[in-house]
Design a protein around this ligand. Sequence first.
Ligand code: JSK
Length: 463
Amino acid sequence: MEATEKPYEKGVVNVATVARFPEGFLWGVATAAYQIEGAWNEDGKGISIWDTFSHTQGKIADGSTGDVACDHYHRWREDIALMKELGVKAYRFSIAWTRIIPQGAGPVNPKGLDFYDRLVDGLLEAGIKPFVTLYHWDLPQALQDIGGWANRDVAYYFADYAAVVAHRLGDRVKHWMTHNEPWVVAWVGYAWGHHAPGIKNTKVALQVAHHLLLSHGLAVEVLKDLGDAETRVGIVLNLSPVHPATESDEDKAAAHRNDGYHNRWFLDPIFVGSYPADMWEWFGQLVPEVRPGDMSIISRRIDFLGVNYYTRSVVKHDPQGGLLQLRGVHVEGSEYTEMGWEVYPDGLYELLVRLHRDYKIPEIYITENGAAFKDEVTPDGKVHDERRLNYLREHFLRAHKAIQDGVPLKGYFVWSLMDNFEWAHGYTKRFGIVYVDYETQKRIIKDSGYWYQKVIAENSVPS
Ligand code: JSK
């Protein structure tokens, strides 16, 4: 076409540009077992650390538990139908270790395997690809009783559990994620104690992070060995670009430290085979015990990285700011979600391009992205969640831009399919594109859900 021809001026094409995604781009939704399933003590399930934690007075903001949650354990057929209506191509969910091996190690519970077997068959029947996370924070309590992830043996028990699941589902499940957000498990669970198991010990947290990484590597071996040519194995990290509050050298160094303990502490071992030297030095006596051979297990080649992106961090040097000597700052004029997280779509583009540039990552999926806002059902029976819709659109557009710039992004899972138990916040934060009335367990597709349905059907985002 000649440069002078402007077909849009003749009404030949729409003036509005449309971000079209590659053929076969995998649009999906994500959940996790403890956040939706309920049925906490049914069909032989063992007790997990989140059962214990949520049953402990004062740990969860609204005093709630995951005992019932979205009752997905009984309503999974309805939830698959919901996903089919939305038109999603893939569903990321997690398996509760305690349903499969109630005591963490030892006897297998056949009813637990049966549940996920039926779920997987139901998904495939609906034309939805299952993406399975093996560990989404619900460690068997019996393993916590021997120290939890602070105990190196637990890494080996995790690999055994992975083998049991892969043996039963591996003929139909081709996409596996070992861990979800090991940074949150280690720091929020073992250093700050806001999450289960509620431990506050930084040295233990760093040893936990190492054992999580080790268990990842061990499970990768198991999953690849038991898999076939189609089997793809990865891990999910929560990553955030970190920006200095000012251009001062001190703030820039603080930003680099935050990036070091949050992003590089996990990316480098997995993709480079070593911990970042600057952070190793910074942590001093707190560094974990690493045995010979560990780093090559951890850095065994994986097929994809799952990226959970919600926000960026903006930080300032602060001598009173604990171990890392920094603190986060509020950005004047920015929009914040109900989680107190800044809405910053450009960070997704920045992150994806950086991952592609700095690490040799064959394929990337956004395994979580979404936002908590105050939702209400209006008298028309609908949920007009315009802010969530805008949040998703802006982030989809940055993902599209990253693809155009060569990032091998293969799919995008919205967090979450439906409102659910948001950990220490209980049911007070709603992330769903489907509203859940917890009194009646009625599901209502929000405006953002109907909009996503259209995006998926057209494989493009109207800008
Ligand atoms: C959302 C991050 C997995 C899926 C979603 C939680 C998270 C978090 C939650 C940090 C955090 C707590 C709290 C303590 C105190 C500050 C889930 N992703 N999600 N992603 N990340 N203390 N400072 N020193 O529900 O299950 O920390 O912060």
